[in-house]
Design a protein around this ligand. Structure first.
Ligand SMILES: Cc1cc2nc3c(=O)[nH]c(=O)nc-3n(C[C@H](O)[C@H](O)[C@H](O)COP(=O)(O)OP(=O)(O)OC[C@H]3O[C@@H](n4cnc5c(N)ncnc54)[C@H](O)[C@@H]3O)c2cc1C
Length: 449
């Protein structure tokens, strides 16, 4: 009898899980369910369609229908998993016509992701507050721009809020970003690094108000602005980018244990508190590789890796997920921004004693045309002298530096080892002295003080 695997969700985590399950078990019957009209697309690309770097939202579909056919995956779009019976090992589904079905499973993978979150702010129920999670969300924003919207407020200066603010600015909208905390990108960057990014964004015409919490959504029939720290700001578009919350509705219904982060607690095999049921992606908790504490990075990179692990295990193979460092990268106009591990703020919050060093330089030999400025900050744990984090801002070559440092952190490299690392050089590509090594050297000097 073929093994039956049901995957709830059909996006980053789910499709990788189903693909890994297929590679592990050629005969398994694998079904994927999604409430959405489109499956297997990249949410990460939405801000870049808004900014017209990519022509249309459907270009974001990474896995076309032919992929599911080739992999013999039974994809059911616009179908909701309404209930799970863990004793009978069945999932109840309902499609858009209202038709119900009962699917039995041997292994179940929960990849229900996360939903955009709007805090309980006065006027929250007013129509017109836009979010940025699905293709439909992106299309709504695009339609509003095409109908003549001239101004926008983006609430939240995290990665998604700022990527969207840039997309809107590129489309000619006068854009204001409102952030409750005193700096932008508070989860990723330390205040000193965030300052440089904020100045660049302001130089491109984006108004950024930090330290200002949204207190009210204004408007009569529909939202026409916000009040933030007593100040009324009007705009044609009001976009909520406050963050996301794990979708654990079904998990809670069947009594799965949730972790400190309110996401589903899993083992390194991505297995939940009920054997045979796995959880992956934005709805599943991870362990931070440095602090060994629960973490919830809610990144596409983590989703696909956890998906591969759960899919392999659900199909009878063996794989484990090593944990997360929160490595992430983005591009704001021409500026690349990358982070990995802990920043100084979060290192201190985790009870560590960090020291940090920052070095500025160029991305190519000084005499080579097109060199861009780049700034590297390394965070080190004082006692063991281990590198525990990095933040890099620059014109080019940020991604692979972050990947290199991330691997170093994973391998518990010391700052002295990083300072002596065997790096490469050619004038069109970098300087003779690699900035990561120079930043590490500066940190070593600070350590010996
Ligand atoms: C604008 C934006 C930009 C981003 N940029 C980046 C980036 O640059 N880099 C990066 O690493 N990450 C980025 N992310 C994060 C990344 O997109 C998410 O981490 C990733 O989508 C998580 O994948 P997932 O499969 O866990 O969940 P989701 O993508 O949320 O998918 C979950 C799916 O489960 C389905 N579902 C839920 N409940 C049910 C049910 N009961 N029945 C059936 N189906 C159900 C829903 O239909 C939903 O589509 C970005 C996210 C956004 C929104």
């Amino acid at each position: 009898v073929p093994r039956k695997i049901v995957v709830i969700g059909a996006h980053a985590a789910a499709v990788d899980a189903a693909s890994a399950a297929r590679k592990t078990d050629r005969t398994a019957e694998i079904t994927l369910l999604t409430t959405e009209k489109y499956a297997g697309y990249s949410r990460c690309g939405i801000p870049f369609v808004i900014g017209r770097h990519i022509p249309k939202f459907t270009d974001l579909i990474v896995y076309p229908s032919s992929y599911y056919q080739m992999m013999k995956l039974d994809l059911r779009r616009e179908t909701t998993a309404t209930n799970i019976d863990t004793k009978a090992k069945t999932v109840e589904t309902r499609d858009k016509t209202g038709k119900s079905e009962t699917l039995s499973y041997d292994s179940l993978i929960i990849a229900t992701g996360a939903n955009s979150f709007i805090p309980p702010i006065k006027g929250k129920e007013k129509p017109g507050i836009l979010t940025v999670r699905t293709i439909e969300d992106g299309e709504k924003i695009n339609e509003a721009i095409e109908k003549g919207a001239k101004s926008a407020i983006v609430m939240g200066a995290g990665l998604i809020g700022l990527e969207v603010a840039i997309g809107l600015t590129e489309r000619g909208l006068k854009t204001t970003v409102v952030e409750m905390l005193p700096q932008i990108m508070p989860v990723m960057l330390d205040a000193d690094m965030a300052k440089g990014v904020q100045e660049m964004l302001e130089s491109k015409g984006i108004t950024i108000l930090t330290g200002k919490g949204v207190e009210e959504f204004t408007g009569t029939d529909k939202v026409d602005g916000v009040v933030a720290a007593g100040q009324q700001i009007k705009a044609d578009l009001c976009i909520a980018a406050f963050g996301v919350r794990s979708n654990t509705e079904l998990a809670q219904k069947i009594g799965l244990t949730l972790g400190d982060t309110k996401a589903i607690k899993v083992s390194p095999k991505q297995e939940t508190s009920i054997p045979g049921i796995y959880a992956i992606g934005d709805c599943a908790e991870s362990t931070h590789m440095i602090t060994q504490r629960p973490a919830l990075p809610q990144l596409g990179t983590v989703a696909v890796k956890q998906g591969k692990v759960a899919g392999t295990n659900a199909a009878g193979g063996y794989a484990i997920f090593p944990g997360v460092l929160g490595s992430a990268v983005t591009k704001f106009f021409d500026m690349e921004i990358g982070v990995t591990g802990l920043n100084e703020f979060f290192a201190k919050r985790a009870g560590l004693d960090p020291i940090a060093a920052t070095i500025s330089g160029q991305t190519r030999a000084q005499y080579y045309p097109g060199a861009q400025p780049i700034k590297v900050k390394i965070v080190v744990e004082r006692e063991m002298e281990r590198v525990i984090g990095a933040q890099i801002i620059g014109g080019e070559e940020v991604t692979q530096r972050i990947n290199a440092i991330s691997l170093g952190i994973q391998k518990q490299v010391t700052v002295r080892e990083l300072a002596k690392s065997d790096t490469c050089y050619a004038p069109p590509l970098c300087e003779t002295w690699e900035l990561m090594a120079l930043a590490a050297e500066a940190a070593v000097i600070k350590l010996s003080r």
